[in-house]
Design a protein around this ligand. Structure first.
Ligand code: DAH
Length: 371
């Protein structure tokens, strides 16, 4: 009896081994496992009938069944590993990357000439210990005019060609700032002068005036400068701006002229010209020749402006300056027309733009501010 069962079991085990070796894939292999070793499997069935035998036979059949089970498990595991290997090899062969194919061309963007100018200015002024502040494009009448000593009815208001917003419920009309000078006021208002011996800021940003031709745009950019301290005088203003002009235009002995002028928020005021030569064909050579070109306005901050922000003009003095960034950019890079600055024409941007990696460096300038 026991021998018969033994033979049957061995035969069954050989059949299952054959099935395993001929199995087609992992799913088929699992089916074989369930059919032989599962709850209702052909091998498991032998264990279920054990109770009908005596102790000795039980032991013999039991151990044989266990041997068969472990044998089948081993065969299944080995087959599984071989299936997985095949799968991996198939993937490796089918997912080959053809490295001989040339890659798609990547378009490299350029930095807008205005962004470049702002970066250059930032680097030059950082070298002189300036840091950057910004202010809102939509201003109150107070910051844009009144606090800058441009009272109501002052003729300077007309020159600004201001864009006014709809009046609010109290009848107050905000403006699109006509210059970056209001940020001087906002900056000085917030100062805690006990913490500083001196402050130096530049304020780049957008400005707006109702004006449009080859050299004017209703939206344009300015950069303001503000220096305030206990011993600041006109000599500092001149030194700072001469240094700036020479660095920006990269001309070592560039002639710089300070011409008396008038701005309501500075006293004395000056307009700053650089030496140049206007060629007959209309082109310009900066730094040579007998001609002058105006590039910025400046002056010592008016005592009334300082008083307005609660600073005693007998203790603190300062200077300020303001310049148009489009004009500075056009002069340096020989760009004849202002209008394409805002057209987003890729051909223009490619022609006049700059590679982002070719940036002006900050040298050691920021140390001066934070030390
Ligand atoms: N805000 C003046 C303008 O838009 C420029 C200017 C002149 C700014 C003299 C200044 C300054 O800070 O001192 O025309």
């Amino acid at each position: 009896m026991t021998n018969q069962i033994k033979e049957k079991l061995i035969k069954l085990s050989e059949e299952i081994a054959d099935l395993i070796s001929c199995s087609s894939d992992l799913i088929n292999l699992d089916e074989i496992r369930v059919l032989s070793l599962g709850k209702k499997g052909s091998v498991t069935a032998y264990l279920k009938n054990l109770k009908d035998y005596d102790e000795d036979t039980k032991k013999q059949i039991g151990s044989l069944v266990n041997q068969v089970k472990s044998n089948i498990n081993n065969l299944i595991d080995t087959k599984k590993i071989s299936f997985r290997k095949d799968l991996l090899n198939n993937r490796i062969n089918s997912e080959k990357i053809d490295i001989t194919l040339s890659s798609k061309e990547r378009e490299l963007g350029t930095l807008h000439p205005l962004s470049r100018t702002i970066e250059e200015l930032s680097a030059i002024f950082a070298d002189m210990g300036f840091s950057i502040v910004e202010g809102p494009d939509i201003e109150t009448d107070y910051y844009n005019f009144t606090a800058l000593n441009i009272p109501k009815e002052h003729p300077a208001r007309q020159e600004h060609d201001t864009f006014y917003l709809e009046p609010d419920k109290d009848g107050n009309r905000k403006v699109l700032r006509t210059h970056t000078s209001p940020v001087q006021i906002r900056t000085m208002e917030k100062l805690n002068l006990k913490e500083f011996d001196e402050i130096r800021y530049i304020i780049p940003g957008r400005t707006y005036r109702s004006d449009h031709d080859a050299t004017h745009s209703p939206m344009f950019h300015q950069c303001e400068g503000l220096v305030l301290g206990k011993n600041i005088n006109m000599g500092h203003l001149k030194g700072c701006l001469i240094e700036f002009c020479r660095s920006y235009f990269n001309v070592e002995n560039l002639p710089v002229r300070f011409r008396p002028s008038y701005f309501p928020f500075t006293e004395p005021s000056a307009e700053v010209d650089i030496g140049c030569k206007k060629e007959k064909d209309g082109s310009l050579s900066i730094g040579e020749g007998e001609d002058w070109l105006e590039i910025l306005g400046a002056g010592m901050i008016h005592p009334k402006v300082l008083e307005g922000v609660g600073i005693d003009p007998n203790i603190y003095q300062g200077f300020a300056f303001g310049m148009g960034l489009e004009r500075l950019t056009m002069l340096k890079y020989g760009i004849p027309d202002l209008r394409p600055f805002y057209d987003s024409d890729l051909r223009w941007l490619k022609h006049y733009g700059f590679l982002p990696i070719d940036n002006p460096s900050l040298h050691s300038g920021l140390n001066g501010v934070f030390s």
